[in-house]
Design a protein around this ligand. Sequence first.
Ligand code: PGA
Length: 248
Amino acid sequence: MDTVYKPTIKIFPEESGVDRYVADKVIKQLSIKPDSTLTIATGSTPIGAYKLLADEYDKGNVSFKHARIFSLDEYWPIQKTNPASYAFYVQKYLIDTTDINPENCHIPDGEAPDAAEEARRYDDLLHTYPSDLAIVGIGPGTTYHIGFNEKGSEATSHTRYVTLDPQTIGVNSQYFPNPTDIPKGAITQGIADILMAKKILLLAKGEGKAQAITRTVNGPVGPDAPSSFLRLHPNVTVVVDAGAAGKL
Ligand code: PGA
């Protein structure tokens, strides 16, 4: 039987508290180990933290020069020039705003002709550079996904092609000018890959994430709530605003 741990929980009255906490953790990580590998979420939730990191970089308080980042996931298929792609997101919020070397920014290739082959390539690369710190978001509604590990994902899962949950498609289609253009699938790091990180920050903001957070922290650990597998990791901090903490 796997050991189940109790995550540390940090609750901030406002979203800005979440942003500051996460940015400070990244700054601290890079000051201790400038060539850290960071796993990064690419949803709306961490944008505030990435903006703070860009500000801190401008002020000379942090450098990403030797850092390496791995995105949790990417839609498949998708063009990198599509503003809804995570390749575009990483360019906009990290490459354009900091000194990170674009060659050290890894994202599953949404343009790869064969998703399974691309997933294997990405998984191999992940294992070459184990993550020091993972910034993870949580899915909308009752998807309880981390990365794009939708319901049914196992703790032992690795990087692979997955089909998106209808709730995920419903919410994320807002980022596509023509909502029906949202891809039906994605390439995502598996749960086992995410759990390899030395430390994990799970971020959530707003009342819409309150159910997801309480299910993750208080419910049974299992594939009907893939986010609950985070409790198999001994060093997870759940970083939430008052809204997302509302059902704890
Ligand atoms: P969000 O996405 O940050 O845009 O809410 C999180 C997720 O779907 O994992």
